[in-house]
Design a protein around this ligand. Structure first.
Ligand SMILES: *Cc1c(COP(=O)(O)O)cnc(C)c1O
Length: 361
């Protein structure tokens, strides 16, 4: 018997949602990678202690300490906004300020959460080419005013890889680390896409974090293949004091913590995190090459991670959207962001480039 669609809403929903086309809109469009899924499934047997006192959380934190080759403090929270804003709040008093790039996620995409969770610490914006901060621009912002009427600069937040798909080199990070220390500033890294930076630079993760002076890192998993849950990693132990209370008060202490932690075990135990990041980076390179050959399109920033930013005419953007391609156009006039994910394939890239070619003709 045929069921009327109105009384079968769930079935109707599922039939239409299965196997959607892969997109270049965001790396969070992608699903969960097999390694993270397998450990999540493995964690779903029997009982385990709540609030992070379970073996999965302990193992995930140990694996993160192995990755960074140091004894750091690890906390799992639900997402990157919580990781960034709570960790930044732990570096500052309300009368302080946090310096970040004008395109930083903490400034543009967190609805004021860093200011909210720090009880009003002001975010000060620093310009810089290709989404990067440089030591002189940081110093200029700090030295602009030294009187009591100015919110006292206390921390620098930088994003690796950046919001514009570029990557800070080890030298660039060390220069920022030195200057921050000299100026008495704490250093925070938004590592929502740290994996892509590590894969791109092919360095030990410690080189671009604590060895470059990073005090606290927000280590993203979601964009690289976990379902949910980012890690806050304190290399500076003092700053981690009472961070557990901060998480709990902000609604970020998961009762069934093992489900945030277990995917990390799958990601980190056999290097899946770097394999997936390297694959996304490689697809971005292919995409960059493909679209770079078209005279209708211009590449906006060096492609060093898993993003390609292009400028193209509005008619072309509309044509691609009409053909069902999703992507964001929030950078300047006609600037499009194309993100590759852990599961992006060469065929996806070829299909996108082919449609762009046809519409350009
Ligand atoms: C995605 C992202 C985050 C985290 O965002 P949530 O949606 O809160 O998980 C943080 N920083 C950058 C640069 C990002 O791209």
């Amino acid at each position: 018997m045929q069921m009327p669609l109105t009384s079968d809403k769930e079935g109707f929903h599922f039939r239409n949602m299965s196997e959607q086309q892969r997109q270049f809109a965001s790396d969070n469009y992608a699903g969960v990678c097999p390694e993270a899924w397998a450990s999540l499934e493995a964690a779903n047997h029997g009982h385990a202690e709540g609030y992070g006192d379970d073996p999965w959380t302990a193992q995930a934190a140990d694996l993160i300490r192995d990755v960074f080759e140091t004894d750091c403090e690890v906390f799992f929270v639900f997402n990157g906004t919580a990781a960034n804003s709570l960790s930044l709040a732990s570096l500052c008093q309300s009368y302080h300020s946090i310096l970040c790039h004008e395109y930083a996620h903490v400034e543009r995409d967190e609805c004021g959460a860093p200011e909210f969770f720090s009880n009003g610490t002001k975010v000060l914006l620093v310009p810089g080419a290709d989404g990067k901060l440089d030591p002189d621009a940081i110093e200029a912002c700090v030295k602009r005013r030294t009187d009591v009427h100015y919110p006292k600069p206390k921390a620098v937040s930088l994003t690796q890889s950046t919001e514009l798909g570029t990557v800070y080199t080890v030298d660039e990070l060390q220069a920022i680390g030195c200057r921050a220390k000299h100026l008495g500033l704490k250093l925070h890294m938004d590592g929502a896409r740290l994996a892509n930076a590590v894969a791109s630079l092919n360095v030990a993760p410690k080189e671009i974090t604590w060895q470059s002076g990073i005090d606290v890192l927000c280590f993203g998993g979601t964009k690289n293949g976990t379902p949910v849950g980012d890690a806050v990693v304190f290399f500076n132990h003092e700053l981690a004091e009472e961070f557990d209370y901060r998480c709990k008060q902000a609604g970020q202490l998961a009762s069934k913590m093992r489900y945030l932690a277990a995917p990390w075990v799958g990601m980190l135990s056999d290097g899946a995190w770097l394999k997936h990041a390297a694959s996304a980076n490689a697809m971005a390179q292919q995409l960059c090459q493909g679209v770079g050959e078209l005279t209708t399109v211009s590449i906006m920033f060096p492609c060093q991670a898993n993003a390609v930013f292009v400028e193209m005419p509005r008619s072309l953007i509309a044509g691609m959207h009409e053909r069902g391609w999703h992507f964001y156009t929030f950078i300047g006039e006609g600037g499009c962001r194309l993100m590759c994910s852990w599961d992006t394939t060469p065929e996806d890239v070829a299909a996108f480039v082919s449609d762009l070619k046809e519409l350009s003709a």
